[in-house]
Design a protein around this ligand. Structure first.
Ligand code: ADP
Ligand code: MG
Length: 490
């Protein structure tokens, strides 16, 4: 294992950081967890609020089967235990964004039990650098509303659109040991959620947020006291919060102080965390089983349907690609985002050869997408167009460098590769007579280099290849040029 150890050097010795993440992932669903109200992002405030979400007296919650199904599928995707019997509990607290006065959650009997997520610590060696991060549980709960403090100088408003939206809380074991591991875990979890389709993983829109638990200890010591930094909404910020918090804790401890278990907030501008409130324990919330809801009992048919609907997941897909001869690195890149993986699968289905196709997608296509800031779902070149271009390379019509030129024109004009080759005469030539004539001219024009080459400076071979290709406008078949040059210089 190539785990790069992350240590903080203090005056009294080396410190290790311990991280556990609680990720809140919004379940992809048209309707809320216990009501039929819509969940679209960005709607006008208070336009997606049913009487249940507004906690009108006497309203009764009804579990949304689709939300339960998505959470179960997520659990299956991380090989977790699925609990056939689970129950909802009330977590009681007062806040202006919580009209019920309690959140319906699952403390004692969560829907999903122990599972694990494998992360690769080295993307060049995704197989050899695997670390398994334990997931303690996934439970289902309601989101709260949102307070708006910036609409009026002296008033705050509340938007209940999010109130009652279904969340999965995915709780990791304290198994991560560096900001990089936490980043890899979040990226992997996000990829799995997006493959499964249970959460869109959109961190900017708040569909995925992490509570970051951090403690430090001397290597080999017991776990230290942790702080919990709430609601961090990007991978980069999670890593920054860990870095800051670990260093802060080390300096407190080195100064003879102690860490208080508390809830902290991350400041995006300064990259620092600050204390928000002392951390409450479960008993502070007076959890008790929600009397309005029956326990959830899942039957075999439901579980079977959930299992059967799971797609091929990132690790399985990566291994399948590697089995086709694709490099570990390219397979990793191609499977990191579900859209890219789907696109590449479609390209393979056209009959494109896996290895050249993978190379072309990860270098040429991703390069072009990066330059234009587009995602692959908005690729200017369709799967069929890419297949056509790759077929022209495979049958020798195009060399690698001609394929690049043709691709540039495809990006500009949207035309197909064959048509571009035809119209612009970009075909590669293997016409030995024509190439020999050009080679003769190149040798004649470069008598000095020729003499040096024949005198033993063989490195000049590349120079002659380059001159010949240049004289032919890049259209000569490089293999034929090599052969004929060897003969001519021979
Ligand atoms: P709560 O729900 O009150 O925050 P949990 O016991 O469910 O408490 O733990 C929450 C998270 O804290 C988990 O992700 C767990 O891995 C992490 N955690 C627990 N102990 C530590 C520790 N000493 N250092 C870092 N993380 C920890
Ligand atoms: Mg917590």
């Amino acid at each position: 294992m190539t785990e790069s150890t992350y240590r903080i050097q203090g005056a009294t010795g080396e410190w290790e950081v311990v991280i556990g993440l609680e990720v809140h992932a919004q379940v992809t669903s048209q309707a809320k967890l216990f009501s039929g109200a819509a969940t679209a992002f960005g709607a006008e405030p208070n336009t997606q609020v049913s009487l249940i979400d507004a906690a009108m007296p006497g309203m009764l919650p009804v579990p949304n089967r689709e939300c339960i199904r998505q959470a179960v599928r997520t659990g299956m995707a991380i090989d977790a235990q699925i609990n056939r019997w689970s129950r909802f509990d009330r977590k009681n607290y007062f806040y202006a964004d919580l009209p019920q006065g309690y959140q319906i959650s699952q403390l004692y009997h969560p829907l999903v039990g122990e599972g694990a997520i494998e992360i690769a610590l080295d993307e060049k060696d995704p197989e050899g650098s695997v670390k398994s991060i334990g997931v303690e549980r996934i439970h289902v709960e309601q989101d709260a509303g949102k307070l708006m403090h910036d609409q009026h100088p002296t008033r705050s408003y509340v938007d209940l659109n999010r109130s009652g939206v279904a969340l999965m809380e995915i709780v990791s074991r304290p198994d991560m040991r560096s900001p990089a591991e936490a980043g890899a875990y979040l990226r992997k979890l996000r990829a799995i959620l997006r493959y499964v389709g249970s959460c869109d993983g959109n961190m900017e829109e708040g569909s995925m947020r992490a509570d970051v638990n951090v403690s430090v200890r001397k290597v080999g010591d017991e776990l230290g006291t942790r702080t919990e930094t709430k609601n961090v909404n990007s991978v980069r910020f999670v890593m920054a919060a860990i870095e800051y918090e670990a260093k802060r804790q080390v300096s407190v401890l080195e100064d003879g102080g102690r860490i208080v278990q508390e809830t902290r907030l991350f400041n995006v501008e300064s990259g620092t965390t600050r204390s928000m409130r002392s951390k409450e324990d479960a008993h502070d919330y007076r959890y008790f089983p929600d009397p309005d809801l029956l326990p959830l009992e899942l039957d075999e048919a439901f579980l079977e349907e959930c299992r059967a609907s799971l797609p091929e997941l990132p690790d399985a897909k990566r291994k399948r690609y590697e089995g086709l001869g694709i490099s570990a690195y390219a397979a990793n890149v191609l499977t990191a985002e579900v859209e890219a993986a789907r696109w590449f699968d479609a390209l393979l289905e056209t009959g494109a050869k896996p290895v050249p196709a993978a190379n072309w997608v990860t270098s040429e296509l991703f390069g072009a997408l990066n330059r234009t800031g587009k995602g692959i779902e908005n690729s200017p070149v369709s799967v069929d167009q890419a297949a056509e271009l790759l077929a022209l390379v495979a049958d020798g019509t195009l060399s690698g460098s001609l394929a690049k030129q043709v691709f540039e024109v495809m990006l500009e004009t949207g035309d197909g590769a064959a048509r571009i080759v035809e119209e612009r005469g970009l075909k590669q030539t293997s016409d030995t007579g024509a190439i020999e004539a050009v080679i003769a001219g190149v040798l004649e024009k470069n008598p000095n280099q020729l003499a040096q080459y024949r005198g033993g400076k063989e490195a000049l071979f590349g120079f002659f290849v380059g001159q010949t290709m240049k004289a032919m406008g890049g259209k000569a078949n490089p293999a034929v040029v090599n052969d004929l040059l060897k003969k001519a210089l021979g």
